[in-house]
Design a protein around this ligand. Structure first.
Ligand SMILES: *Cc1c(COP(=O)(O)O)cnc(C)c1O
Ligand SMILES: [Zn+2]
Length: 414
């Protein structure tokens, strides 16, 4: 942690030494989310775009000077990061924006952006000399933690708490990666509390993203990598779906870091997108009041977070970027899953495409102007949640083995 100064509480401003197990600010409880502070002047002196260009490690570890890890810590071997960015003219036209860049983070090793955070958790757990790592998750944080732990061989163990509604694809992934999986008959919030109790009792390393200040730092590599892939020219908008709020807060931290060290000039506006059936952060953002806990009523399970933990950081990020927030319905999400798949070949899970659905709405509401450029991150892979994907597309054509039946059928299409 050559360039880390300390951790600062976003609520009271108190600072703490950056030890691997310093989670929340003890003065502020749940609102005492800590933020990692870097010595940007020193980074600026010792690290350049040229250094980066000559670094042939394509993974997130190429950004180590901006990560809160010891330089020599052992990293999990899965290839996290280096996910592709596509410019899609067809989708830009569909959405009504000048230019659209799509970063497919569903192509991370376990199929979601969460790998960027979980790989950091594995490193920090080792720095803390704790070999069991635990988390509560709507699915992806869990499967990415389990996968990254599994990649360490037999050295570490993952204990995972999921609400019973977690999609079967994600739960199966957990079991395949050999995690100890505890399915809780309750909401994500109730699952979260159970996990916290068990983590305290057994002294496991805590991978809950809003509690652990280092995980947002992993998530920030999505915007840093995006910027590097666009040759350090940020689009007018960067769009993320929002559940707990860590991802968008991380994206902003990445942008902020790059600005501080002079790698980018232009700072994008952030568009945060929640699901209509569970949008407590959007409501708090719009009203200016404190957050009110909501029901988790959307099929976009990865962003169905009724009591988000990192809303303060998320709202700050959107405001500081001069961005905005919108909500999309489940129908808009399912429709966009189909449109995106058909026009780009990218298959996202519901929360993964919610950002794209949000762009459409933001254009209709004149938040995003038709002459602006937009970058969006597909946060999770569609194969994780086939049941909901099926709802968006219907059935294939069916024929018997009779060739004439096939000809008759195809005549309707060609
Ligand atoms: C976790 C997740 C999000 C949202 O991230 P938060 O940090 O909870 O806001 C969005 N999409 C997918 C696929 C996710 O797994
Ligand atoms: Zn505090």
């Amino acid at each position: 942690m050559k360039y880390v100064k300390n951790l600062v509480c976003i609520s009271c401003g108190e600072s703490y030494e950056a030890s691997p197990t310093q989670y929340l600010c003890p003065n502020c409880g749940e609102k005492g989310i800590l933020d990692v502070q870097y010595d940007y002047e020193k980074i600026k002196k010792e690290w350049s775009k040229k250094d980066l260009a000559s670094n042939n490690d394509p993974t997130i570890w190429r950004y180590t000077p901006l990560l809160p890890i010891e330089p020599n810590s052992v990293k999990p071997p899965l290839r996290v990061g280096n996910t592709p960015v596509y410019e899609s003219k067809a989708m830009a036209k569909e959405l009504g924006v000048s230019t659209l860049y799509i970063k497919d983070d569903g192509l991370n090793p376990t199929g979601s952006l969460k790998d960027r955070a979980s790989s950091i958790a594995v490193v920090k757990a080792q720095e803390a000399r704790i070999n069991v790592v635990a988390c509560a998750s709507t699915g992806n944080a869990a499967s990415s933690l389990a996968g990254n732990i599994a990649s360490m061989g037999n050295e570490m163990r993952a204990v995972i708490f999921v609400p019973e509604r977690a999609p079967i694809g994600k739960v199966t992934q957990l079991l395949i990666y050999g995690a100890l999986v505890i399915s809780v008959k309750g909401s994500y919030e109730e699952t979260f509390y159970l996990s916290e109790e068990a983590i305290n009792k057994w002294g496991w390393y805590n991978r809950n993203a809003a509690i652990n200040p280092y995980l947002v730092e992993g998530k920030k590599t999505s915007s840093i990598e995006f910027a590097e892939q666009l040759n350090w020219n940020m689009p007018d908008w960067l769009v993320y779906s929002v559940g707990d709020g860590c991802t968008i807060a991380g994206a902003w931290k990445g942008v902020y870091d790059l600005k501080q060290i002079g790698f980018i000039d232009k700072v994008p506006k952030l568009l945060g997108v929640q699901a209509e059936g569970c949008a407590p952060i959007t409501k708090a953002y719009k009203s200016g009041n404190d957050l009110i806990v909501e029901k988790e009523n959307t099929l976009a399970d990865s962003i169905a977070v009724g009591k988000p933990r990192n809303y303060i950081k998320a709202i700050k990020a959107v405001k500081q970027s001069k961005g905005d927030m919108v909500n999309v319905s489940d129908n808009e999400i399912l429709n966009m899953m189909k449109v995106l798949g058909k026009k780009t070949g990218i298959f996202g899970e519901p929360a993964g495409v919610a950002g794209v659905a949000g762009i459409k709405q933001a254009v209709e509401k004149d938040i995003i102007k038709p002459y602006e450029s937009v970058g969006v991150v597909i946060t999770g892979n569609g194969l994780k949640d086939i049941k909901n994907a099926q709802k968006s597309v219907g059935e294939p054509l069916r024929v018997s083995t009779n060739i004439n039946e096939l000809y008759n059928l195809l005549n309707e299409y060609f």
